[in-house]
Write a protein of this length. Sequence first.
Length: 231
Amino acid sequence: MSRRAASKRHLLHEPMAYIQGFVQFDGLKMKIDRRSYVPNLETENLVNYGATLLRQRKVDRPIVIDVGTGCGNIAIAFAKRFPGSSVIATDILQDTLTLARCNATTHGCTNVEFVHTDLIDDVECPRSPDLVVADLPYGSPEYLLKSNALEEMQHMPIISRFTEGLLDAYLELIEQIKAKRWRATLIAESGTVPEKVVSRLLPPDVEWTYHAYQDYSLIQLEVGDEKDPDE
Ligand SMILES: C[S@@+](CC[C@H](N)C(=O)[O-])C[C@H]1O[C@@H](n2cnc3c(N)ncnc32)[C@H](O)[C@@H]1O
């Protein structure tokens, strides 16, 4: 691409990652284009947090589910950090998953399975997963209008950015985990949503903790009851 074409795209607020065609995440180079949301650097906190939990719990061959995988960055980061793990990555956009599969192949990850589905609807798991991680759209359009990255986000797939109501997708994900009768730790990126708003929205029967970083937050939730094996 000529420098002139690149600066024109830059002037139109196209994310630099799309112009360059790649993004660095957790020390790995990910191919990226308009088929997928551009991963944020802060999302590495979610990977670090989840990896620490798995190590503390000394899970031998962990099952990790990455919900709304985008270009596959989180799933691939876990697959590389835990070579003995089984990672299942889902997305509602088929094109996004094609890009994620390409990134997994580039990084030689044979322990990631990609599933085209709504949240975890069609995911089949031999037992409760050890970890569910999710960086789903959490903001309503009204909320995101205040974002300082709005112009860049306009270039990304719309479903990767907006939900109707705050934390809607996470509330639905909690219901889906319960319906599957899994007992799972869910780590969800909650960005700039304040703790008091989170506490108003989450169901009362779910234990959760809020972890604030600079301009960014995560929620750890303990969801569901394990199915009785004799059932
Ligand atoms: C904010 S982007 C995050 C992408 C990636 N996980 C990352 O860290 O950059 C949200 C992703 O969730 C996907 N998504 C949105 N709604 C979904 C749903 N109901 N089921 C599965 N994936 C969904 C979008 O297509 C998008 O790839």
